[in-house]
Design a protein around this ligand. Structure first.
Ligand code: HEC
Length: 140
């Protein structure tokens, strides 16, 4: 009788555990897949001359920066994040935030400034992959 209760309790615990592990939100892969899409948008748009870009393009850049920043904020919140990972995520969030903010500002020099922040963003994404995903050959 006691054994049966014990087994039932364990099963319930396992089930609850599985659900709460899931509710930590998106996995690292999902966050990165989302960021990678936005990263490519910035990469593409920063290659244009300012006179070729429309307001919608600047908005795309702004939203891309915001989404990447949000993804890192989400990653930091997940359960098994150590201090090193957190620093790397913050680095990405800072440079993505610079892109987001700059895209709202004065159009003069905007795309050059975004290009500048993009290089830092690239290196920040890359630093995490270089440390934790050395075999994956990811770009960045
Ligand atoms: C804090 C660490 C960290 C940061 C920062 C980070 N990544 Fe990742 N990235 C990972 C890990 C871990 C994986 C492997 C996930 C897996 O396969 O489970 C990954 C995988 C990827 C992948 C492959 C996804 C797939 O579907 O296989 C891409 C693309 C990627 N990252 C892009 C980016 C971009 C772009 C940035 C910056 C905006 C970034 N990552 C920032 C840790 C990070």
């Amino acid at each position: 009788m006691l054994i049966k209760r014990f087994v039932t309790a364990s099963l319930v615990l396992l089930f609850v555990g599985a659900i709460s592990a899931d509710s930590y939100g998106a996995s690292s892969r999902e966050l990165c897949a989302s960021s990678a899409k936005e990263f490519q948008k910035i990469n593409r748009l920063k290659g244009y001359f300012p006179e070729e870009l429309s307001d919608a393009d600047y908005q795309t850049i702004q939203q891309a920066g915001a989404t990447i920043k949000g993804n890192e904020e989400e990653r930091i919140k997940s359960a098994n994040v150590d201090a090193n990972t957190r620093s790397l995520s913050k680095l990405v969030a800072i440079h993505a935030g610079h892109i987001e903010d700059r895209a709202k500002g004065d159009k003069v020099g905007l795309i050059e400034d975004v290009g500048h922040s993009y290089r830092f963003l690239f290196l920040s994404c890359r630093s995490c992959h270089q440390i934790y995903q050395t075999e994956a050959g990811l770009a960045p």
